[in-house]
Design a protein around this ligand. Sequence first.
Ligand code: 48F
Length: 259
Amino acid sequence: MKLDELVITKAIVEGYFKKLMNCLELDVAIVGGGPSGLVAALELAKAGKKVALYERKLSVGGGMWGGGMLFNEIVIQHEAKEILEGVGVNVRPYEVEGYYTADSVEAVSTLTSKAVKAGATIFNALSVEDVVVDDEERINGLVVNWTAVEMAGLHVDPLSIHCKYVIDATGHDTEVVRVVARKMPGRLFTATGNIEGEKFMSPDRAEKLTIVNTREVFPGLYVAGMAANATFGGPRMGPIFGGMLLSGAKAAREILSKI
Ligand code: 48F
């Protein structure tokens, strides 16, 4: 077979633009492809919703690839076992009851593959820099740009997409909520109306609070994963991932009950 470089180029451009055009109006837009974002994408896609996930980096997975301090093994607790086993990840019981471990590379790659096969579209190397707000001051879209543009500091206008709900799953930096808090101070559904900020590490409390804190934080905007704790003032949890997985599932469940 003789290869033609123009055919290759056209195939890439047309394929990408089909994905982009198909995702201009979504049920749910997820920002951040860490464990909580990936599980939310999987659950929403499984339920037949039109969902896209925007990830700043080239690869999704967030903080899960590196397990703890680059030891690529993750720990999960009993309550989250079903989520990983449900997608076929090999979950191994640890010698202390209720604790399980899994290979972090297998966990990220399997969750990603299952989310995409369920119908979620993942846009990597795109950064979300702002939200779109309707006349009732409800969030109904995202403003996105190439990460490369952001990194180069180029003065290039972004583009927008519309959606019924946004999930901020951007981790410790809680980036989408931060934009909303900056532009509409005092309006978040937190104790102070602003971002409460992450507290010191306390894994047991943090894992439980991550689930409690997974909720709507502004009309149309949910927080999941570490962003939920950073927004509502929960502690950081250290290298255990069950709360992240359960949080993504809860965000999906809550949104599904509304759309
Ligand atoms: O941090 P991250 O893995 O989020 P998570 O789902 O999980 C947290 C754990 O990994 C770990 C932990 C568990 O004990 O505490 O930290 O809460 O993934 C967040 C992803 O969001 C991307 C970022 O590159 C990362 O992959 N991200 C952050 N800001 C943006 C973004 C943005 N503005 N636009 C697009 N992606």
